[in-house]
Design a protein around this ligand. Structure first.
Ligand SMILES: NC(=O)c1ccc[n+]([C@@H]2O[C@H](COP(=O)([O-])OP(=O)(O)OC[C@H]3O[C@@H](n4cnc5c(N)ncnc54)[C@H](O)[C@@H]3O)[C@@H](O)[C@H]2O)c1
Length: 447
């Protein structure tokens, strides 16, 4: 897809890629930015990390990680010979040849795109930009963001886009704690709107990732990421709805998915759960819904999937209430142990986690609650506000003896499920985490 283009700034950029002598800047050192920094340093690039959160900068410079699945030893390795330098001083932007922007893209209170961090980042770059730099937006967003929001801000630098400053979009496909892929082996979609920017972006990410997937524009690259996340959101909603139907029909949805997925073509398994969580799947589709309105277009699949998935925490709570009342335990006296606060297994990320919603709904019903998550233990209340119930630091036998039921909301590998089932009076399992426990099956309710 690359067109032959040449200019002084482009040629020297390409040469620096070739000799690995460029400095890669990353703005936003969170779940996406930090692994990207790790990848860049591992390939021999010097990395300048920027963040407005001074506590993250201090930790990184001291060789300390703040992300559960990235050990501090990895950061210490990155810090050797100052291969990673982190700062909140944006005047250092001038020292970077590339600036990959990995800042949050949440929804605001009205569930509309909140691009404050993207805008502020672009504005922070402007005074320090110089000819020959490549700026890549990586944050997930609606098609048009790079062209309509980021480019006009960057143009305030006075640099001519496509001649002096190169700009592109490349979505992140990071899947935290997935052991099957490293950042490098996940194909990287890249798009830019002028030939020189395309050339610079393809050259740099071509040197970083095993495979790049060039598309014709920033908009195409932005839309490809949104499509991926809508695909997940809609399919998860579908199995969540079918789970509710199966419950009513006396069927086990997990058994049915396991059977269906033996089809060697045309079927991909998605699994039901207590609701959608994380910073991406519950949020990104609504970026597109919002943008679609500009085109008088209603994204009905997204709205419907949102409706089904949003309802799931309420369904789990209804199942808990029904089960306990069938045992003669009203919610006013019921005692529940909740396992798992993170939105998915083996991570410490509780953003948009259905567990937090479920804890609040259960508290509203009057239950006495305790909760435990080995990945977020000790700081969840500090980061996500005070949660109802008692935060446990360990699961002693007494905890099980003093509760009427254990509710599994996140299927972390760290749990001893055999012990949990043995010691619990009842297990209400929203993840089918106990599928391999053969003893005491009569205690297990799938929710
Ligand atoms: N977390 C994931 O698994 C994942 C996967 C794919 C894509 N994404 C997308 O990547 C983007 C970043 O997500 P994340 O999970 O890494 O978020 P995060 O909250 O973990 O990290 C974002 C970082 O940006 C910093 N920041 C905020 N405003 C800033 C500013 N103006 N200047 C500099 N730094 C700033 C924050 O302090 C934070 O450290 C989002 O658009 C998200 O949708 C995330």
């Amino acid at each position: 897809m690359s067109t032959r283009v040449s200019s002084f700034h482009l040629d020297s950029f390409l040469q620096n890629v070739e000799t690995r002598s460029l400095t890669a800047g990353i703005v936003g050192l969170g779940y996406v930015g930090l692994p990207l920094a790790q990848l860049f340093t591992s390939l021999g690039f010097k990395v300048l990390g920027f963040d407005i959160d001074q506590s993250k900068i201090t930790k990184l410079m001291g060789g300390e990680s703040y992300i559960g699945h990235i050990p501090s030893s990895v950061i210490q390795n990155m810090r050797k010979d100052d291969r990673l330098v982190a700062t909140s001083d944006f005047s250092w932007v001038a020292r970077a040849d590339v600036l990959s922007i990995c800042v949050p893209t949440p929804l605001d209170k009205a569930r509309q795109p909140d691009l404050t961090a993207v805008r502020k980042t672009a504005e922070s770059l402007v005074p320090h930009l110089r000819p020959g730099q490549l700026v890549i937006l990586e944050s997930t967003t609606y098609p048009g963001t790079t062209t309509e929001i980021v480019l006009p801000i960057l143009e305030k630098s006075g640099l001519k886009i496509g001649e002096e400053l190169f700009v592109g979009y490349s979505p992140e496909r990071e899947d935290p704690a997935n052991p099957n892929f490293t950042a490098r082996t996940i194909p990287k979609v890249v798009g830019a709107n002028d030939p020189a920017s395309r050339r610079a972006l393809e050259a740099f990410y071509g040197a970083v990732f095993d495979q790049i997937v060039p598309v014709s524009s920033c908009e195409a690259a932005e839309m490809s990421k949104i499509l991926e996340n809508i695909y997940r959101c809609v399919n998860i909603a579908l199995v969540n709805e079918l789970k509710l139907l199966c419950q009513r029909m006396g069927l086990n949805i997990w058994e049915i998915i396991d059977a269906a997925k033996t089809k060697p073509f045309g079927f991909q398994a998605f699994y039901p759960g207590p609701g959608l969580g994380g910073h991406c799947i519950p949020i990104d589709p609504f970026y597109l819904s919002w943008k679609a309105r500009e085109y008088d277009f209603s994204t009905r699949f997204i709205e419907l999937a949102g409706e089904v998935n949003t309802n799931m925490p309420y369904e789990v709570v209804a199942r808990v209430v029904d089960h306990l009342s069938s045992q003669g335990i009203p919610s006013s006296t019921g005692r529940l142990l909740v396992l798992g606060l993170a939105y998915k297994k083996n991570v410490d990320d509780c953003r948009e986690s259905p567990s937090i919603k479920i804890l609040k709904l259960l508290a509203d019903r009057g239950f006495t609650l305790s909760y435990f998550d080995p990945h977020v233990s000790g700081y969840v209340s500090h980061r996500y506000g005070r949660l109802p119930g008692i935060e446990l630091r360990e699961l002693t036998d007494d905890v099980f003896a003093n509760t009427d039921a254990t509710l599994i909301l996140t299927d972390h590998d760290a749990y001893d499920y055999e012990r949990i089932v043995r010691l619990s009076k009842t297990v209400i399992d929203a993840r089918n985490a106990t599928r391999n426990i053969s003893a005491d099956r009569d205690k297990i309710i799938l929710a």
